[in-house]
Ligand binder design. Structure first.
Ligand code: SF4
Ligand code: F3S
Length: 106
């Protein structure tokens, strides 16, 4: 499966959802997740993210392993998103900031 990682938090560009052939992205207030049981590993979304927040499970950095569980859990709780929308207003400022996980709004 593919996984949305920490750098999506407070950016949420949503370019990823436009290319997903199985519409398996789910949206929270400041983050998106991929449903691991629905993702078909097509890899189309990974290059679409302007802040490189999407990883294949195999390439997820060691310090982001908890995002596997976060994607699985929140995909069951959040609504589906399939259409591009505006990024969060301060997306550019938040790109690459460390320690964003504690800012994740569930
Ligand atoms: Fe969707 Fe493909 Fe990305 Fe999985 S890898 S979330 S199926 S675009
Ligand atoms: Fe997030 Fe990147 Fe998609 S910032 S919403 S994973 S395009």
């Amino acid at each position: 499966t593919f996984v949305v990682g920490e750098n999506c938090i407070n950016c949420k560009h949503t370019d990823c959802v436009e290319v997903c052939p199985v519409d398996c992205f789910y949206e929270g207030p400041n983050f998106l997740v991929i449903h691991p049981d629905e993702c078909i590993d097509c890899a189309l979304c990974e290059p679409e993210c302007p802040v490189n927040a999407i990883f294949s499970e195999d390439e997820l950095p060691d310090d982001q392993q908890e995002f596997l569980k976060i994607n699985a859990e929140l995909a069951e709780q959040w609504p589906n998103i399939t259409e591009l929308k505006d990024a969060l207003p301060d997306a550019a400022e938040w790109d690459g900031k460390p320690g964003k996980l504690k800012l994740l709004v569930r």
